[in-house]
Design a protein around this ligand. Structure first.
Ligand SMILES: Nc1nc2c(c(=O)[nH]1)N[C@H]1C(S)=C(S)[C@@H](COP(=O)(O)OP(=O)(O)OC[C@H]3O[C@@H](n4cnc5c(=O)[nH]c(N)nc54)[C@H](O)[C@@H]3O)O[C@H]1N2
Ligand SMILES: Nc1nc2c(c(=O)[nH]1)N[C@H]1C(S)=C(S)[C@@H](COP(=O)(O)OP(=O)(O)OC[C@H]3O[C@@H](n4cnc5c(=O)[nH]c(N)nc54)[C@H](O)[C@@H]3O)O[C@H]1N2
Ligand SMILES: [Mo]
Length: 738
């Protein structure tokens, strides 16, 4: 999220792509409704289903799944044609927009209507309403990401905002509604398989920085890996870990690395992963499964494996304390409510015990002792301070435990719309949204905002990709530097070499001796402190990149889902070539799409998503009698016309078949929220697999109040070309009366 939820109240228009906040972020959605009350903000929803959010919208487009790129290019076509784009902003602050303009020329309203299924009149009406009401905020969530072209979707949406000059503005920005509690923090802290914490790369230099910061030898770290090459090799993703077990079996994707033999799960449901039949087979073939979870993790129910499946009772977040990061990059300190109950242990205790057993506990905790050279650490305070000490890249230096606690204690001293603090919290924004460069920094409520000085949250775009490309300057144009900046120009990221020149200062010999090579590895933090004084963003002041020359599609391009209902468009907008060694696994694209015309046998679009009463894999909530009762059965939203064609009655059972050869048996629920070319299923159920009830497998007294088929048994094969997120929002199916 570039801005924050409260800031949405400043928007004059809100366009929502593939998110259903009325259901999935109901508290945050209050801010959307307030924007409507305060500014008469138009709410525009683009979703293949008429959702509860769409019910609150002024304009609603029922898009065909997987066609948001054409829709956004259709908008850009009209924006450029009518001259609604912000020319100066683009010239000074954006790289590569000319190529976007060229592609947008093709997407006339007629062509966009044909591909997206949205009428050209509505496309024109939506674009006009959105482009004319600035600032406008653009919202997205899983409806944009869970596609083979998800990463292109998430690039084109900011491009729309850049074209309209909506970036770096209050009431503007791209506001991505994140998922789990602390998912932003989990990502920042590297629950990822291709970076180190704080998005430091897997290079030797980064490893060296961490070795030094953790007080361990680089060679010791290296010794934890098979060899040095593995240190810089991306790991498997959660989406496709199963390939790591099944590789070598007929028809399975090849792997580039060591096969997996054990699975340790901490905080994932497993039944939430696409390709459940494969996931099940992988579980069955593991030597060891460990599930640390406050509930019975239904991976244990799904697998036929009898031995060496361990369920560790993990404590909940009410039984521990520490900092979490909200969807807008704000930190929040939390206090323990009760001690861990019965024999359960907190996640960190489980990890400490594991580190002891595996023989690296001392190295594991050493970083927490280093700030003050302590003998004993206090958890979680010293962990938070370790993060503040090490993570420069996203600016966590200001996030000391002491400051975060003070924010928690003074909630009432912050303004909901601006996050600005008052009284004892004057000069700080709630939760010190990152980047928070120094211990005196205010936090940054709105990213890329050049109207404020850097020490009050201002900054341009980051300089990450060199100074020029193809002869074009990548640094920001003159005059687009943050307010009160000593340097009014664009500038490179700050290093020991350029600091004096860019900031116009002279360092003392002592400072020169202490500072690190660049701002990211400057343990002294002198670079950041000097930058604050000079009003300079340590990460530079560059242009935003509309064009990523290293990606398969340098500018975002439409490509049909692997399983598309439009074979004519597959020819025109084919998917990528198969990708070898994508997070260690060969990943199929063209070979699946070209295998046959899937739409003949599987003519119906399959949409998956969420319900308000259930969360994720769903065990947490299905174990609650009252939440379970609201949706006692796994169901499928189906239009009565489509149901009629197949002789399916409301409330009766139906089969959904997938191109994978898998099937699920669910209850039909008549609904006008979907047209007769598509169905919707929620993904929160487990405990039934391809018609087989597995209820007898729950340990005594632990069966949830409702069980059902997992949507992920019938989601289709397909993974994003960059991130490998599964294509769970663009697939096909066939239905049949059960
Ligand atoms: N009650 C509840 N709240 C939750 C969660 C939960 O499980 N339950 N989960 C949390 C998590 S982890 C997350 S990530 C967020 C997710 O929050 P959302 O992204 O809002 O969740 P979804 O319902 O999966 O998907 C959003 C919408 O995308 C639409 N969609 C599907 N395909 C497309 C497409 O191709 N284009 C467009 N434009 N739209 C499409 C779907 O119809 C759906 O209405 O919610 C969080 N909040
Ligand atoms: N078809 C389809 N599949 C999807 C999606 C979709 O839209 N469609 N959405 C995807 C998305 S965005 C997400 S985020 C995933 C969500 O799917 P999961 O990550 O599987 O979601 P949860 O059910 O929230 O899983 C969390 C698990 O952690 C446990 N847990 C809760 N608190 C704690 C704790 O403090 N410690 C430990 N150790 N465990 C705890 C819970 O009991 C639960 O078993 O699903 C993905 N799968
Ligand atoms: Mo999520």
């Amino acid at each position: 999220m570039t801005n924050h939820l409260g800031d949405i109240q400043n928007a004059k228009a809100i366009i929502i792509f593939g998110a259903n906040p009325a259901v999935n972020h109901p508290v945050g959605f209050g801010h959307f409704l307030k924007a409507k009350e305060r500014n008469n903000a138009q709410i525009i929803v683009v979703d293949p289903r008429m959702t509860k959010t769409a019910a609150k919208a002024d304009l609603y487009a029922q898009i065909r799944p997987g066609t948001d790129i054409p829709f956004m290019y259709g908008m850009l076509h009209l924006i450029f044609k009518n001259g609604w784009h912000k020319k100066e902003f683009i010239k000074d602050r954006v790289f590569g927009m000319d190529e976007v303009m060229k592609e947008a020329e093709k997407w006339t309203p007629e062509k966009t209507a044909d591909v997206t299924g949205v009428s050209k009149e509505l496309i024109i009406q939506i674009t006009t309403a959105y482009a004319k009401a600035t600032p406008g905020t653009l919202i997205w969530a899983m409806g944009l990401t869970q596609h083979t072209i998800g990463s292109s979707n998430t690039r084109l949406a900011p491009i729309v905002q850049l074209a309209l000059g909506n970036m770096g503005e209050e009431g503007g920005g791209t506001n991505i509604l994140r998922g789990h509690d602390n998912v932003q923090g989990a990502t920042d802290m590297c629950c990822l398989s291709h970076t180190l914490p704080g998005y430091y790369g897997l290079s030797k230099g980064s490893w060296g920085y961490f070795a030094k910061s953790w007080g361990v030898d680089f060679d010791w770290l290296k010794g934890r890996f098979q060899d040095e090459k593995m240190m810089s090799t991306k790991g498997y993703t959660l989406a496709k870990w199963y390939s790591g077990v099944l590789a070598g079996k007929p028809g399975e994707d090849k792997i580039h690395g060591t096969p997996l033999k054990a699975l340790f799960v901490m905080g994932n449901g497993i039944t939430s992963i696409s390709q459940q039949a494969k996931v099940k087979e992988a579980l069955d073939n593991l030597e060891l499964i460990v599930l640390a979870d406050p509930f019975v993790n239904e991976a244990a129910i799904l697998t036929d494996k009898q031995d060496d499946v361990f369920i560790l009772p993990a404590a909940t977040q009410f039984e521990t304390s520490g900092s979490v990061t909200a969807t807008n990059r704000s930190a929040q300190w939390r206090s323990k409510v009760v001690d861990p109950m019965y024999e359960s242990k907190t996640d960190h205790e489980i990890m400490f015990d594991l580190a002891k057993k595996l023989g690296f506990y001392d190295e594991y905790v050493k970083g927490m002792l280093m700030k003050e050279n302590k003998k004993e650490f206090t958890f979680p305070e010293d962990a938070t301070d370790e993060i503040a000490r090490i993570i420069k890249t996203i600016g966590l230096t200001g996030w000391t435990a002491e400051r975060l606690k003070k924010h928690q204690e003074n909630w009432h001293m912050f303004d909901e719309v601006s996050l600005r603090g008052f009284g004892p919290m004057k000069g700080e924004y709630y939760g010190l949204p990152w980047p928070c460069w120094t211990e005196g920094h205010s936090g940054s409520p709105v990213l890329y905002d050049i109207h404020r000085p850097v020490k009050e949250g201002g900054m341009g775009f980051r300089n990450r990709f060199g100074l020029e490309h193809d002869g074009v300057d990548l640094l920001a144009g003159k005059g687009s530097a943050p307010a009160h900046s000593a340097n009014k120009d664009g500038y490179a990221e700050i290093t020991a070499k350029n600091i004096e020149e860019v900031l116009g200062i002279t360092l003392t010999a002592d400072e020169k001796a202490k500072i690190g090579k660049n701002w990211k590895v400057d343990t002294s933090n002198i670079i950041a402190e000097k930058c604050m004084e000079a009003g300079i963003a340590p990460y530079g002041n560059a242009k935003a990149r509309a064009k990523v020359w290293t990606f398969p599609d340098p500018i975002p391009m439409h490509r049909e889902p692997l399983h598309s209902p439009r074979p004519d468009l597959v020819k025109e907008y084919p998917t990528y070539a198969d990708k070898p060694n994508h997070y260690r696994t060969d990943t199929k694209y063209a070979s699946v799409q070209n295998e046959k015309d899937w739409s003949k046998e599987f003519p119906i679009n399959l949409i998956t998503g969420r319900l308000v009463n259930l969360n994720g894999a769903g065990m947490e909530n299905r174990a609650s009698k009252y939440l379970a009762k609201l949706t006692p059965d796994m169901f499928c939203d189906i239009h009565p016309d489509l149901a009629y064609e197949h002789g399916i009655r409301n409330g009766r059972m139906m089969w959904i078949h997938s191109p994978e050869g898998t099937k699920i048996k669910v209850k039909a629920k008549f609904s006008y929220s979907v047209g007769s070319d598509r169905v919707f299923i929620p993904f929160h159920f487990a405990g039934v697999f391809q018609g087989k009830d597995l209820s007898d497998r729950y340990p005594e007294g632990t069966a949830p109040y409702s069980t059902g088929e997992s949507a992920n048994t019938v989601t289709n094969y397909g993974y994003d070309i960059i991130t490998q997120i599964p294509e769970t929002k663009g697939g096909l199916c066939r239905i049949e009366k059960a």
